[in-house]
Design a protein around this ligand. Structure first.
Ligand code: SF4
Length: 495
């Protein structure tokens, strides 16, 4: 592994610049120790003196040396000044890296976070127009014009779904995590457990989940909160047996957690976990959105990544969902799967469009630590494939919009092949409300079950506290008492 030595003065510059450096040199290990044998040296210093900010940097790669120095006047105070110093530092480092490498290192400019749209909504809250926001993104945050326009378009599309502070005090969503899968897909590091014995593994987990529904249900009722959306994720929640699904839905109803719900989604990523009778049951229980996730419609790739289903299984399952009458189908696609290129992306998209799902979510392959793909692919290979992934993402985005699909939420992932984004598209009037609330973090989400994340949102300033339950079912059960106590405390503290 090649080494990039990063010398920072002061050392806390790390949190501002690390991600930009990683994006620029993905195949290097970044090291903050003094390293005599490093392949690249990057030294950055920042001094604030009165109302002036001074930045100096030198990047040495073999015999090539790039240096820049800048001086910025500061005319603000307090938190505002801190934010401006952070922005100026990132712009400075971004320019140095682009200059040294002779290319744009990040289409998102100095934005490296997972949820860039939150910034746009903050500006819209302040009364800024989309035109002002576009100009600021390009000039002050160095975004490529097409990326800035895409963000502005998505913010415009999902803005009507965001609640006022008063509404956000009353409405919540519930996420229920079932952390079991029938087998492990090669690219995934998520599943808490592979289900080999339903009775032995699932029953104790469900006892804990029931306990969690009861305790949180009481708390939600006591606080007078209304549940707007319920989202069953995982893992693979459709792996649940029909009698367990029914009893869990009944328990939610018993605690009045379903009476105000307008959207209930069940992820059924693997069609081998769904039968016609299970679909009929889900429909009868009020499920109105279901995720049938092919990832690709190429049988060779599906085998290679261990999905355990074929393209024909997907087509048949979509037909069954249509027959049963669940009104919204989401289909997930992954761009960047091994062995695939533009020809496969085009063919997969053409097949999906024939099925006309209401929602299509396009993911760029995130090679996560711990997945089999991460072990199989070195960082260098990922970097080399980045260009094709980006071209594929753009092709799919363009084609979907020509076919009436509109982008309505977006998030980025770290360790992603091309450092691009995941985007949810919907036919007109078919956006998934839960996804918007979850991404824009404008509503409290109570996570129940294994691997479930809770988001406690304070509407007075939209500040956020996250809490995650263990995804391993045994650890989930073991830590449930303290997790439940913390969830109840945090929810009560907001109300
Ligand atoms: S179905 Fe989803 S959660 Fe389960 S192993 Fe595959 S990608 Fe991971």
């Amino acid at each position: 592994m090649m080494i990039l030595a990063l010398e920072l003065q002061p050392p806390e510059l790390y949190k501002h610049v690390h991600e930009l450096v990683r994006l620029s040199f993905p195949e290097y290990e970044i090291c903050q120790e003094i390293a005599a044998d490093a392949d690249i040296y990057l030294r950055i210093s920042r001094i604030k003196s009165g109302p002036q900010l001074y930045l100096h940097a030198q990047l040495q790669e073999g015999l090539r040396i790039s240096r820049i120095s800048c001086e910025y006047p500061l005319d603000m105070n307090g938190l505002q000044e801190d934010h401006e110093i952070s922005r100026l530092t990132r712009v400075f480092v971004y320019r140095l890296l682009c200059q040294h490498l002779g290319k744009n290192i990040n289409p998102y400019g100095i934005l490296t976070g997972v949820r860039p749209l939150k910034l746009l909504h903050r500006w819209l809250d302040q009364g800024d127009s989309l035109e002002q926001i576009l100009a600021r993104l390009e000039q002050d945050f160095c975004l490529q014009p097409d990326v800035a326009e895409r963000l502005a378009q998505i913010a415009g599309n999902n803005r009507p779904f965001l609640h006022s502070a008063r509404e956000a005090k009353q409405k919540i969503s519930i996420y229920i995590g079932i952390p079991f899968c029938s087998s492990r897909c090669y690219y995934c590091s998520f599943p808490g457990a592979i289900l080999t014995d339903y009775t032995v593994q699932m029953k104790p987990f469900l006892n804990s989940l029931r306990q969690e529904i009861e305790v949180m249900g009481e708390c939600i009722n006591e606080l007078g909160l209304k549940t707007e959306n319920i989202y069953w994720g995982g893992g693979t929640p459709s792996i649940l047996a029909e009698d367990d699904l029914e009893s869990l839905f009944n328990l939610l109803a018993q605690y009045r957690l379903t009476s105000t719900v307008t959207e209930t989604t069940v992820e059924a990523g693997r069609p081998d976990t769904l039968s016609k009778s299970k679909l009929e049951l889900l429909k009868a229980l009020g499920v109105n959105r279901i995720c049938i996730n092919p990832q690709t419609m190429q049988d060779t790739t599906l085998q290679l990544i261990g999905r355990g289903h074929s393209r024909t299984d997907i087509i048949n399952m979509v037909q069954k969902v249509r027959d049963v009458g669940i009104p919204i189908i989401n289909m997930d696609l992954i761009i960047g799967l091994p062995g695939e290129g533009m020809a496969e992306y085009q063919n997969t998209l053409a097949q999906i469009l024939e099925l006309r799902p209401e929602n299509i979510t396009v993911h760029s392959l995130a090679v996560k630590k711990g997945s089999r793909l991460a072990a199989a692919q070195g960082k260098k290979l990922m970097h080399e494939l980045a260009g094709e992934v980006q071209t594929g993402i753009h092709y799919i985005g363009r084609t979907l919009q020509e076919k009436e699909y509109q982008p309505y939420y977006l998030y980025r992932q770290k360790y992603m092949k091309a450092n691009v984004e995941n985007i949810g598209y919907a036919l007109p009037g078919r956006c998934c409300n839960y996804n918007i609330q979850m991404m824009e973090e404008r509503q409290t989400i109570i996570g129940l079950g294994g691997g479930a994340g809770s988001k406690f949102v304070n509407p007075s300033d939209w500040s956020l506290t996250n809490l995650h339950s263990p995804k391993d079912p045994l650890a989930y059960t073991l830590h449930l008492p303290e997790q439940l106590a913390r969830k109840v405390d945090k929810l009560k503290a907001l109300n």
